[in-house]
Design a binder for this molecule. Sequence first.
Ligand SMILES: C[S@@+](CC[C@H](N)C(=O)[O-])C[C@H]1O[C@@H](n2cnc3c(N)ncnc32)[C@H](O)[C@@H]1O
Length: 208
Amino acid sequence: MIMRAQKKHAPATDRNREPILAVLKDCLPEHGTILEIASGSGQHAIYFVDHMPGHYWLPSDPDLASRDSISAWWWDVQLKNILPPLNINTLENFWPVEKVELPLPVTAMVCINMIHISPWESAVGLMKGAARVLPEDGILYLYGPYKIDGEHTAPSNELFDLSLQSQNPDWGVRDLNDISSLAGENGLSLVKTVPMPANNLSVILRKS
Ligand SMILES: C[S@@+](CC[C@H](N)C(=O)[O-])C[C@H]1O[C@@H](n2cnc3c(N)ncnc32)[C@H](O)[C@@H]1O
């Protein structure tokens, strides 16, 4: 008997996917493969690529159950421009995407809600990987809550930060200045930020 993999459901994706898509359509290069880091359930991948038929979408996650979920969601839509999920852990110095053949080169990377729900080293690895994988002018899109100049932008973000740190002391809402400095150390610069619903931020970086 063939067992179909379990789909994960992340309710927040239903709320944030539309506003994120609007920003992606505005900031992503017109063509190419979009490498998504930390795809989680895969719901974003399925939704975004359905609205961006000119792109290939390459999801990834280090968690096997998440990669199975991405494949399970893919099964429903069977879109040709979603590529099979890769096992990418930003903590690693070499990512499988660096050796696979793709229908179009990677022109952008998208990473939603990972940086605060993993240790700071994951963000360091993300930027190092972006420096290796992105072409000149390639875009790195980040989404999540951020502190600005050391301050939370809303009481709800402060509570969220405390709850993250109680789950894991290495997790927590990051400061935009730290992200911007880290990006600079890796040859990326901040293009702009876009305020998003529920006190989140879209952060758009470009490799120079
Ligand atoms: C809160 S989920 C977000 C999933 C999805 N992007 C979303 O918005 O629904 C965080 C994801 O980050 C992944 N993750 C954690 N550390 C990572 C790392 N070092 N490299 C890549 N992914 C990582 C986890 O496996 C998990 O799927």
